[in-house]
Design a protein around this ligand. Structure first.
Ligand code: ADE
Length: 231
């Protein structure tokens, strides 16, 4: 998979993309991520990428021309499956959405700043608008990092134990069951005996029950039978 990201603060993406699982995915050649600085495409001697909004009101808006110039340049090199704009008024990111995006090969992500990007860029280029939650971030970069992480870890071969991502919370619309490691007893609290029984069938059954219990208590809204990949 290849992901291009457009940003006016590319440094914000340095750390999230260069550690842990995302770094491993890139080292293994399973994922390439390129962050493109919008600033050189800005207008005038100050390379301006934003301007006052028509109609008045506080907050600047990212201009069409710099974004269009960079998007056009990138589109000459790649045929994107989706051009994604990170925005709080987009569709909520879910595991189902991440699963589906992980099946694509070329993604372009646009990070907005200030009041966002000129509506005409959304109309002209954007095929998918994604929000990572009902709160406003100062820019789309951290949201893009979240989106890239949620997709990158699903690419086949990225996570060592292939089944690991499949047992994540949300993968079957259930929260994950409790997990334990050594020691078997800590401050008088014992690891449930069944997990130490070696009986894999019983363990699986126990985990499923705990996952259901936890989901019913904390997120009853998840208990609907929907396909984790389909819409
Ligand atoms: N940009 C600013 N806030 C955001 C959010 N909640 N999700 C995605 N992009 C954003």
């Amino acid at each position: 998979m290849h992901i291009d990201i457009i940003s006016v603060v590319p440094e914000l993406l340095d750390s999230p993309l260069s550690h842990s699982i995302l770094q491993r995915a890139q080292d293994k050649g399973l994922l390439t991520v390129r962050v493109h600085d919008l600033r050189p495409y800005g207008l005038g001697k100050h390379h301006s990428t934003d301007d006052y909004q028509f109609g008045g009101g506080a907050g600047m808006v990212m201009r069409c021309e710099p974004l269009a110039a960079l998007i056009d340049e990138l589109r000459e090199q790649r045929n994107y499956d989706e051009i994604i704009y990170l925005t709080p008024d987009g569709e909520r990111l879910t595991q189902r959405r991440a699963n589906r995006l992980s099946l694509q090969t070329d993604l372009l992500m646009i990070c907005g700043h200030y009041k966002g990007i000129d509506e005409r860029i959304r109309e002209e280029y954007v095929t998918l608008e994604i929000s990572i939650g009902d709160y406003v971030l100062s820019g789309g970069e951290l949201a893009a990092a979240v989106l890239v992480d949620s997709i990158g870890r699903l690419l086949p071969g990225v996570i060592g134990d292939e089944t690991s991502a499949l047992t994540d919370t949300f993968q079957d619309d259930l929260l994950a069951p409790p997990v334990y490691t050594r020691p078997a007893e800590w401050r008088g609290r014992e690891v449930p005996a069944i997990l130490r029984s070696g009986n894999t069938g019983a363990i699986e059954e126990w985990r499923h029950q705990r996952a259901e219990e936890r989901t019913r208590a904390r997120r009853p809204d998840l208990l609907s039978d929907t396909d984790p990949v389909a819409d």
